[in-house]
Every structure is written in structure tokens, then in C-alpha cells.
Design a protein around this ligand. Structure first.
Ligand SMILES: *Cc1c(COP(=O)(O)O)cnc(C)c1O
Length: 402
């Protein structure tokens, strides 16, 4: 908000990678009187959500819906499948990988953490080599993030699955898809993922407070022998009650009202069109960053994220000061930086209910903020992004046939 006024006019640019802007239609769907969560109207709503969310994960197996943020669904993935002392293989793609690994330790798991410099994704060959060395199959799960939100690196889950298969290793594959689900292609069944962890407030365009576990048959079998303590997050209670359209405890009914509509909206646009839109906005953002002469944190183009771009600050310029100035002057929220890179970059979210106009507006505000903050850069980033969008729209529309 402007520093001279108690009210900022117009729209706030919430350009962080979650929570993302909630569409008016979802907000209106949530603005309803309470209903009985043991009654027939609720059962209908629950059915819509439980069936609908499977189409987003691309699974025919059950998806469990938690009243918890993504962190809760992380915990659920561990406690329902593993035992104390189990070894898990994780990759330090960035801050969110660090947090998930810390959780593994707290729960009594023994993570082996493959280090990276936070500027790329998970290399399937590295996972394969490590699993091939694990002749005794001590590793019980491979846990990776599809999209590392702290730096904008997307990892190839289908390739990681193949790497596990090439190593002929029985480890479960647990995947965090919190900041990729509903924004880029994700296939729980086809990619052979055992537990997919999703969240509400990113690509699903909902407020925070809901999260998901999509569960394979192999994960369901692992549940039977898993001994980590679980109560609130226990799958078996949930699955049993969900069959009849109910929950073991009071679910977040208003979040479910919103979820039913956000799923409808994704299908009305068409998932492939949603993914193409995210790819286009990500590409336009990268064109702007390159035109500014700034570095994209994720170095290798093959890993660059469709939902968030992290921008390195030039030497001697603080990313946090830049974010503060952008917010105070232009009413735009940009994502913060983490870990050893704290202050060295800022993040631009381009996911959820965003379109070309939002992104060009956001990139223009960022370009003005760079000038105001005297961050060394070249002008013309917005023009480069516009050119990129025009050429993207000039190409034949492939998705139209689908
Ligand atoms: C946002 C996010 C989380 C954490 O989710 P919360 O809803 O904040 O608990 C975990 N992993 C990834 C990849 C995320 O983007």
C-alpha cells in the first residue's frame, strides 16, 4: 500500500507462489450458510470433491482430503507408509526440501539428503546410482518435490520413476506436488507415484487450509505394515468414512464448497489449456528477466518452473529491500528468499488464476521498482514479455482439438 495513504486503490498484485489470488467465483461459492456435515447435502458435496480431485491428480485411486495446510499432508505421507528408523532418500532442491527433510527427522525417519546448490532440479541419474548402491534395499522411500517453490525448479517425476525401476528398487515414491498441481501436467497413476502430496492455495486457487494425499495400491499396502504413530492423519479412518461421502471429523465445509468450484473451473478451461497458459506466462516472465540482464536462479532451462521464477539480485543489492520497496510503492507482493541465498534473490509467482494482463502488469511494476531501487538492469523486459506472449498466441492453438 502507498506510504502516504491508509488505503491503496485498485487491485493488490499478489505475485507470490501461494497463496494465489482466489477467483471471485470460488469466493462466492464459499459464501454460503453452514450445512450439516453428516447430512445428505454434504454427502453430495463430498462426492463431487472426492471424485473431482482424482481428475486433477489423474488417478483412479482414492485421494484423501485433509483440513490442514500442505505441511500436514507431508506428514500424512510419511506416517501412513513408513516405520521409525526407515531410511528415506531425499534431494535438497531448496528450502521446501529442507523443511520436508527436517520433518522426516522429527518423525524418527533417517533421511539421506543428496545435496545440490539449489539452482536446479532432481537428476534422475543421481537417484538411480544411489538406489543401485543400496543392494540391501535399506531405503524405503524416495521423496522429491515436483516443483521446488523456493527457487523455481521443476523435476521430471516420470523420469525419476523410470530411474527407480531401472535400479529395480522397491522404494516407495513420495512426491510433493503442492506448487505444481493444477498448473502443469501431473499424472499420479501413469507416473507410478505412491503418495502425491497436494495443497489448496497454489494451483487450485483456494485459500490455505486444505491438503491432499493421492495414494497408490502399493502405498495402501505399506499402510498395513507402517508403525509410525498416526491419528488425525490416519488414512484408514478417512477412506472408510469417505466411501459413504463423509469424514471421520468435521471437515472444512467451506473449503470443500470452494474446491468443488475450482475443480469445475479447471475443467471448463481444460487442463491442457491451463497448463499451456502457465507455460506461456512462465516463458514471458523469463523473457523479461533475461532482457533485464538479470539471472534466473534455476540455471538449467530444462528445470525452469512453470509456476514461479526466482530472480538473482545483482551483487550488493538486497532482495528483501527490493521486495519492501515494490510493496510500499506499487502494491505488489513478491516472494521472499531462503537459506544461504537469503536476500540474494526474489521470486515472481505466475500460477493460479492469472492471465497475460496480470503478468504484464506485474512485470511492469517490477521493472519500475528495479529502476526506483537503482538495481542495475536493462530496460525492455516488459516489451520482451509482450513479444513472447504475442508470438505464443500467433502459433496454431494445439489444445483446441482436445
Ligand atoms: C507451499 C509449499 C509447501 C508448504 O505448504 P503449506 O501449505 O505452507 O503447509 C510445501 N511444499 C511446497 C512445494 C510448497 O510450495
Amino acid at each position: 500500500m502507498s506510504q502516504n495513504s491508509a488505503r491503496a486503490a485498485g487491485r493488490h498484485f499478489l505475485q507470490i507462489p501461494g497463496p494465489t489470488p482466489v477467483p471471485d467465483r470460488v469466493l462466492r461459492a464459499m459464501d454460503t450458510p453452514m450445512i450439516d456435515h453428516r447430512g445428505p447435502e454434504f454427502a453430495k458435496l463430498a462426492r463431487r470433491c472426492l471424485d473431482g480431485v482424482k481428475t486433477i491428480f489423474k488417478t483412479t485411486n482414492p485421494v484423501v482430503i485433509y483440513t490442514a495446510t500442505g505441511t500436514g499432508a507431508w506428514e500424512a505421507a510419511f506416517v501412513n507408509t513408513l516405520c521409525a528408523g526407515d531410511k528415506v532418500l531425499m534431494v535438497e532442491t531448496g528450502q521446501f526440501a529442507v523443511l520436508w527433510k527436517k520433518m522426516a527427522e522429527r518423525l524418527g525417519l533417517v533421511p539421506e539428503f543428496i545435496a545440490t546448490d539449489w539452482r536446479g532440479g532432481v537428476e534422475p541419474a543421481v537417484v538411480e546410482a544411489r538406489l543401485k548402491d543400496d543392494k540391501k534395499h535399506a531405503i524405503k522411500a524416495v521423496c522429491v518435490l515436483h516443483n521446488e517453490t523456493s527457487n523455481g525448479a521443476l523435476s521430471p517425476i516420470a523420469e525419476i520413476r523410470k530411474a527407480i525401476d531401472r535400479a529395480a528398487h522397491p522404494a516407495l515414491l513420495l512426491v510433493d506436488t503442492i506448487s505444481s498441481l493444477g498448473s502443469t501436467d501431473y499424472r499420479h497413476d501413469e507416473w507410478g507415484v505412491d503418495v502425491s502430496v497436494g495443497g489448496a492455495q497454489k494451483g487450485l486457487m483456494l485459500p490455505p487450509g486444505m491438503s491432499f494425499n493421492a495414494i497408490s495400491d502399493k502405498a495402501l499396502a505399506a499402510m498395513k505394515t507402517s508403525t509410525l504413530p498416526k491419528s488425525f492423519f490416519a488414512w484408514d479412518d478417512m477412506l472408510a468414512m469417505n466411501k459413504a461421502g463423509f469424514f471421520p471429523y468435521t471437515p472444512a465445509t467451506q473449503m470443500l464448497q470452494g474446491l468443488a468450484v475450482s475443480i469445475d473451473m479447471l475443467h471448463e478451461e481444460g487442463l491442457d489449456n491451463v497448463f499451456a497458459r502457465h507455460a506461456r506466462l512462465a516463458e514471458a516472465t523469463r523473457h523479461a528477466v533475461r532482457a533485464w540482464g538479470l539471472d534466473i536462479m534455476c540455471r538449467d532451462p530444462k528445470y525452469q518452473s512453470p509456476t514461479i521464477t526466482a530472480v538473482m539480485m545483482p551483487e550488493g543489492h538486497d532482495g528483501e529491500a527490493f521486495r519492501n520497496l515494490a510493496l510500499a510503492t506499487f502494491n505488489i507482493s513478491l516472494g521472499t528468499s531462503f537459506g544461504a541465498y537469503a536476500g540474494k534473490y526474489f521470486r515472481i509467482g505466475h500460477l493460479g488464476d492469472v492471465n497475460d494482463g496480470h503478468m504484464i502488469g506485474a512485470l511492469a511494476l517490477i521493472e519500475m521498482a528495479l529502476a526506483l531501487a537503482r538495481v542495475p538492469h536493462k530496460r525492455g523486459g516488459v516489451q520482451a514479455a509482450m513479444d513472447c506472449l504475442v508470438s505464443a498466441h500467433a502459433q496454431p492453438v494445439r489444445a483446441a482439438a482436445e
